[in-house]
Design a binder for this molecule. Structure first.
Ligand SMILES: Nc1ncnc2c1ncn2[C@@H]1O[C@H](COP(=O)(O)OP(=O)(O)OP(=O)(O)O)[C@@H](O)[C@H]1O
Ligand SMILES: [Mg+2]
Length: 393
């Protein structure tokens, strides 16, 4: 057997592994697929990611889940304004100090960790901020006296809000990936109860796959083999559009974007980037809370398909939910007027369904097809409800 097919086989297996990692990450949760993707992108690019969102949206739980999956040295800490440097970086060695040497005992502390999770990251006070900045950017622990190279792979942060203080700007910029976590929508509440109950009762399921550093290294090498030639003009154009709409990416962020695009292609099993990979700008471009939605809209306009379709389908889905509860709010079809409204809604639903079918014809994208099928099912069930109501009169 020649060497090439075997490599190909290994490669397919590795790419498949990325899917398994995603599946393991989201397993205990409902509606956290996108968050898992952001975490995977951070791991593949050796970058840092922060999850921002209201309390109780499983931000901490998700990052702890990653820690469970990774066969790497992990350091997890909840920051408060009063956190002392020693808590993160290790206490000073008293014996060394007696000899006039300034040494920290870093065993089991942040400087020795490969994966770091700092909860409430923007509570970092100035005493730890500067040390953190060099650790994140240069991977060097600089303590005034000593300089140690650290093994940090990715640092994950969680916070309820975007930092407002200018002194936190440099820290915020070091999170190449930023994601705004929203509470799960109403149609997932039933599932949420089930999953949360499961977690309360049995804790988190033991991961069926684990990832070690050598796998991440291998993926990093593969990442640089991704063919990015076709997306560059479009990327440059989107940078200008964002800038013109007052969404400014620092040069650091612009420079690192290609890496994330390549990682997104890998996560989708491809060694060639395509326009849909530019979606990752969604996690790189936003700065303020409002930007998350603004960037979404800009990308939807700039990236024809399939992203635009996915957004449209999501909007349709929300409308269908409204229509469904509107229909349910009528106990019976008691008047001509109600009957007329129902028939009107029925016809609207029919044309919406046609629109969804048209989208399916326009693209082969798997995600669009999956979502479209889901939406059609929802439309059909509301149409069925209307039929029953009208026939019941
Ligand atoms: N989408 C979800 N799926 C399943 N369980 C969830 C989900 N969202 C929240 N939970 C449950 O709620 C718990 C609280 O989540 P967690 O503490 O991670 O929230 P958080 O976003 O870190 O909140 P905070 O900002 O207050 O720290 C989780 O451990 C989990 O049991
Ligand atoms: Mg938390």
């Amino acid at each position: 057997m020649s060497k090439a097919p075997q490599n190909q086989g290994n490669r397919d297996q590795d790419l498949q592994m990325l899917q398994s990692i995603l599946a393991e990450l989201v397993k205990p949760f409902v509606g956290r697929e996108e968050e898992a993707k952001v975490i995977l992108l951070a791991l593949l690019t050796k970058e840092h990611a922060v999850l921002i969102g209201e309390p109780g949206t499983a931000k901490s739980a998700l990052i702890r889940r990653v820690a469970q999956l990774l066969n790497m040295k992990v350091f997890i800490y909840l920051l408060t304004r009063y956190t002392e440097p020693a808590e993160l970086f290790g206490p000073l060695d008293i014996n060394a100090l007696k000899e006039g040497k300034y040494v920290r005992i870093t065993a089991n502390k942040l400087p020795e960790a490969e994966i770091v999770f700092l909860d409430e990251i923007f509570k970092a006070n100035s005493a730890i901020l500067n040390t953190l900045l060099t650790i994140m950017n240069e991977r060097v622990f600089h303590d005034g006296y000593t300089e140690i190279k650290v093994a940090l792979w990715s640092l994950f942060g969680a916070s309820n809000e975007v930092p407002q203080e200018p002194e936190l700007e440099a820290l915020y910029d070091r999170f190449l990936l930023r994601h705004y976590v929203k509470p799960v929508p109403e149609d997932m509440w039933r599932d949420l109860l089930k999953k949360a109950w499961e977690i309360e009762r049995n804790g988190y399921p033991k991961p069926e796959v684990t990832v070690d550093k050598s796998f991440l290294h291998k993926m990093q090498n593969l990442l640089f083999q991704v063919d990015l030639s076709s997306i560059e003009p479009k990327l440059l154009k989107i940078f200008s559009v964002l800038e013109s709409k007052n969404i400014h990416l620092t040069d650091r962020r612009k420079g690192k974007t290609l890496k994330v695009i390549a990682a997104h292609a890998l996560a989708n099993g491809r060694l060639r980037a395509s326009e849909e990979d530019l979606l990752v700008l969604k996690y790189i471009a936003p700065h303020d809370i409002d930007d998350f939605e603004k960037v979404n809209i800009i990308l939807a306009e700039e990236l024809k398909t399939p992203y635009k379709f996915l957004r449209e389908l999501e909007e349709i889905q929300m409308n269908i939910r409204d229509v469904a509860s509107y229909v349910e709010s009528f106990p019976s079809v008691s008047s001509r007027f109600v009957e007329y409204r129902m028939l009107e809604l029925y016809r609207d639903l029919e044309s919406t369904r046609d629109r969804v079918l048209a989208m399916m014809r326009e693209t082969d994208n798997e995600a669009v097809h999956k979502k479209a099928m889901e939406v059609i099912e929802q439309i059909n069930s509301v149409m069925e409800k209307i039929r029953k109501k009208v026939e019941g009169t």
